[in-house]
Design a protein around this ligand. Structure first.
Ligand SMILES: N[C@@H](CCC(=O)NCCCC(=O)O)C(=O)O
Length: 260
């Protein structure tokens, strides 16, 4: 059986009234077709999703993009208008789940908001609007246009020579899309910035001391994942890590099963 990847959902109101947990099919497609894993979404709601049970059910976790920003209380800042809207329920599931999974060596891949969650979970602060910083570009999603225009490749990302991302990608420079307003301000001590946009914005991180796959990217590799070579490499590596986790867990549990 393929490994099972838990995909965190976002909260929406369908037709402005019907509450739903959902995520883009780009995420489930990338997990199923590129990572070669079973995609299963779970609600970002602490009353419904228990961290200990999620860790048992899934072989790895995808922390997806999402418009609401991580609440600045999570990194010791006061909330201001510049911080925009929040999703405290997602914060309350994502941050402890990331910490627990990473420390166990259970694979974690963060995308956009998920990248910011991984960064905050390991002690980083975020800037609410990076385009306001001197020398920085506007990384926000174009307000108009087709999905193809919004997710078009817009800038290079340069990885550390010989670092995990350069090795994974087989290249030190790749081209990515970009659809975010926030960004890492001060990185936590274990948050290794391994890739940057031309304006210096952190784009790729890994967690120092993590026993397993613990990578996150500020761009959206789920877009065009079946054809984009950068997305393919990232999701295939994530899927392989989830398979390893599943097989390791099965090896560990087999003697118990036989004894029973
Ligand atoms: N809120 C953060 C993260 C942005 C992000 O994840 N954008 C993708 C949104 C896709 C969606 O609506 O699901 C920021 O702006 O920095």
């Amino acid at each position: 059986m393929r490994p099972i990847v838990g995909i965190i959902s976002n909260s929406y109101l369908i037709n402005d009234e019907y509450p739903a947990h959902a995520n883009g099919s780009m995420n489930t497609d990338a997990v199923a077709r590129v990572a070669d894993a079973i995609p299963l979404a779970f609600p970002a709601c602490p009353q419904s999703s228990r961290i200990d049970e999620l860790l048992e059910v899934f072989d790895g976790f995808l922390f997806t993009g999402g418009r609401p920003n991580v609440h600045p209380e999570e990194y010791g800042h006061d909330a201001t208008d510049a911080h925009g809207v929040f999703d405290r329920a997602r914060d309350l599931v994502a941050l402890p789940l990331i910490r627990a999974a990473v420390e166990r060596g259970q694979p974690v891949l963060g995308i956009c908001r998920g990248f910011q969650e991984v960064a905050v979970a390991f002690g980083s602060t975020l800037h609410p609007e990076i385009r306001d910083l001197p020398g920085r570009d506007n990384h926000r999603m174009p307000p108009d246009g087709t999905l193809e225009e919004k997710f078009a490749l817009r800038h290079d990302v340069t990885f550390t020579a010989g670092g995990p991302f350069a090795q994974l990608m087989g290249a030190e420079v790749v081209r990515t899309n970009t659809l975010h307003g926030q960004g890492i301000d001060v990185a936590g001590t274990r948050v290794m910035i391994d890739g940057r946009a031309p304006d210096g914005t952190a784009e790729a991180i890994w967690i120092d001391g993590a026993p397993g796959f613990a990578l996150a990217v500020q761009w959206h590799p789920e877009w065009n994942a079946e054809r984009d070579p950068v997305s393919q490499r990232l999701f295939r590596a994530f899927g392989a890590a989830c398979r390893d986790w599943r097989e390791g867990r099965m090896v560990q549990t087999a003697p118990l099963a036989q004894a029973g």
